[in-house]
Design a protein around this ligand. Structure first.
Ligand code: IMP
Ligand code: MG
Length: 178
């Protein structure tokens, strides 16, 4: 893959796939008889969400919500914006937020607070990646894929200035300009 040559692999396609299947099995076991709604946080989570949904063996709904906190830089602005809201109410439902990465935690803290005002039955968080060393607010992650070091990562849905989302693995950019 030509695009992949610009990236140093951190988590391989096979490792991601095995972990996502395990998370799906755990979510399946813990949500028997529930009305699960996956809230896919756009754009970064679209790949993880598509794979996780197929690893969950339960009837479920999928909704999309656009959030933006970064612009094109590599550090958070701290200001979170809803760029596209849910199309259906989640009142009474068991909501599972599906997020690509928790970095400072500011984005998820904002979203949890926002969703709580819509009276869901419960709100849980599934995150593929977590940079623990960068946490600025406490963000409980109910289902975590991988703990990673403090490096800016791309691939499997994650971008740098909109590039690299289509890489099938998670890696670190070798060069310093997008
Ligand atoms: P937080 O609010 O600092 O936790 O940032 C979370 C959001 O920032 C994630 O949903 C990503 O969209 C983005 N982000 C944080 N770290 C990275 C990274 O290493 N690569 C790509 N996007 C990232
Ligand atoms: Mg995100």
């Amino acid at each position: 893959m030509q695009l992949a040559s610009e990236i140093e692999t951190l988590i391989s396609e096979a490792e991601i796939s095995a972990r996502v299947r395990a998370l799906g099995a755990q979510i399946t076991a813990e949500h028997q008889g529930r009305e699960l709604v996956l809230v896919c946080v756009l754009k970064g989570s679209f790949v993880f969400c598509a794979d996780l949904a197929r690893a969950i063996d339960l009837p479920l709904a999928i909704e999309f919500l656009g959030l933006k906190s970064y612009g094109d830089s590599q550090t958070t602005s701290g200001v979170v914006q809803i760029t596209s809201d849910l199309l259906r109410p989640v009142a009474g439902k068991d909501v599972l937020i599906v997020e690509d990465i928790v970095d400072t935690g500011l984005t998820m803290a904002y979203l949890r607070k926002n969703l709580a005002t819509r009276n869901p039955r419960s709100v849980k968080l599934a995150a593929l990646l977590h940079k623990a060393s960068r946490a600025r607010v406490d963000t409980p992650i109910d289902y975590l894929g991988f703990e990673i070091p403090d490096k800016f990562v791309v691939g499997y849905g994650l971008d740098w200035a909109e590039r690299y989302r289509n890489l099938p693995f998670v890696g670190v950019v070798r060069q310093q300009t997008p």
